[in-house]
Structures are given as structure tokens and as C-alpha cells.
Design a binder for this molecule. Structure first.
Ligand code: ZN
Length: 243
């Protein structure tokens, strides 16, 4: 089974459509959370993902914020403004869909969370230490997660040795058959690794490989949509920088 892994779409419909087209035929879609927040097309992105009939779909912290399940004190003023704007765009059925999403999915061979096994909504897995602590908290061969908006992978032995996560290049095929891994497919709609190209990954469940991908999309079109929506300027400019 070829699985398209999407994470941190952040209401960027242009990037989402580009990624799905670039991925080609797949057998299943997994969404690792944060469909909405920051971007200009929250309701449309929910509708689009529903249309993909995802086999797994998780809640992220921005999805929670949009449906009022999170205190916004931890968000900076720009993110807070975007959250209020997002909530105002969503229809009742969008709210109900976000409310229905789980914060983790566990199967025999893989676990899916938005942020980390320890804190499925909040923790950023970006150091060997944090990864090492989290390897003890799941049993499966691989844990797929998002939240940092940075494509990366780390094995259990790398984490134990204090070796930081690796950032893959576009097209890299990673075998997860031997060692246990934590894998982040990166962010579709707001990458933060100084590369504005949309990020995603394909997981082959039989070959037990993850193929990391980056694809350029029409950033200026998304920026125009954000401008027309009156979203904060820093959120618009960061898309072109990938930060
Ligand atoms: Zn996010």
C-alpha cells in the first residue's frame, strides 16, 4: 500500500492541490493534523481532505484552537488573530469534522500523532534527547509525526547516541524495515526549513520505505489569497522564505 502522508497543511489549498497532483496514484491518505490555521482557505482544505477519504486523520493544535478547545494564551498575537479569522470562516460541519478527529492512531507497525507520542498535540520533536525520550513511549516500528514543519527522520540508535535528526533531500528513499524510526514528512502549507517548497512523504507499507518529497507551488497565489483575506503580513511573507 502506497500511503500519501500530509501534515501541517495550514489552510494552504494551492500547496495541498499541488502536493496531491505530484504524489500521483496512492492507495491511502493520512493527515497528521493542522489542516487549518495561518492560511487563507481553511474550509476548502477540510473539504478537499474529506474528498480524499483519508484512512487516518488527526487533530493538530491549530485545529483544536480553531474549534475553541485550546486557550490562545500560548499563541503569539499573529497566530491568535489568524485563529479568530479561521474560526469565523468555518461552517458547522467543518467544526464537527475537526471535533471528531483523534489525537493518535496506533496500528501494529506504525503510530501516527501530530506532535509526539508523549504530548500528541504540543511537543516539538527536533532534538535527539526529545526523540530518545519518546522512543520509549511507543511500541511500533515507526512513528510518523508533524508539528515542527521540518522534514526529518531519526532512528532509535541515533537518538540514544545523541545524534540529531537528519533532514532528507527531495527524492530520498529511507528504509524503516530494520531500525525503529521517528519520521516527519514536513509541512505541506508552511515549511520552516528555509525552503518554501511544499513537503510530503510517501510510505510504502510492504517495502517499508519512506520517500521524502518537495514540490514547488504557486506561493504568490496563496500570498494573494492571504492578502485579500486581510491575514497578518508576517504570515504572508514567511511563506516565500520557508520560515
Ligand atoms: Zn502546524
Amino acid at each position: 500500500m502506497r500511503v500519501l502522508m500530509l501534515s501541517d497543511v495550514h489552510a494552504n489549498l494551492v500547496a495541498l492541490e499541488t502536493v496531491v497532483a505530484a504524489a500521483g496514484p496512492v492507495d491511502a491518505v493520512w493527515n497528521l493534523g493542522d489542516i487549518v490555521g495561518y492560511g487563507p482557505r481553511p474550509g476548502e482544505c477540510i473539504d478537499y481532505i474529506l474528498g480524499l477519504e483519508p484512512a487516518a486523520s488527526l487533530i493538530g493544535n491549530h485545529d483544536w484552537a480553531a474549534i475553541g478547545r485550546l486557550q490562545l494564551d500560548e499563541f503569539n498575537p499573529v497566530a491568535r488573530f489568524a485563529t479568530y479569522w479561521t474560526t469565523a470562516q468555518l461552517r458547522t460541519e467543518h467544526m464537527h469534522y475537526l471535533e471528531s478527529l483523534p489525537n493518535r492512531v496506533m496500528e501494529e507497525h506504525w503510530m501516527l500523532v501530530h506532535a509526539s507520542p508523549r504530548h500528541p498535540i504540543w511537543e516539538y520533536v527536533y532534538t535527539a534527547k526529545i526523540a530518545h525520550e519518546n522512543f520509549d513511549l511507543f511500541d511500533s516500528q515507526v512513528c510518523f509525526l508533524g508539528h515542527t514543519h521540518v522534514q526529518l527522520f531519526i532512528t532509535e540508535s541515533m537518538a540514544a547516541a545523541g545524534q540529531p535528526p537528519s533532514q532528507p533531500h527531495d527524492g530520498m528513499v529511507l528504509s524503516v524495515a530494520e531500525e525503529r524510526h521517528i519520521v516527519n514528512p514536513g509541512s505541506v502549507g508552511q515549511p520552516r526549513d528555509n525552503n518554501p517548497d511544499a513537503a510530503f512523504a510517501i510510505y510504502d507499507t510492504e517495502a517499508r520505505t519512506v520517500t521524502f518529497r518537495r514540490v514547488p507551488y504557486d506561493v504568490e497565489l496563496t500570498q494573494r489569497q492571504m492578502d485579500e483575506a486581510g491575514l497578518p503580513r508576517p504570515l504572508i511573507t514567511r511563506l516565500a522564505l520557508g520560515v
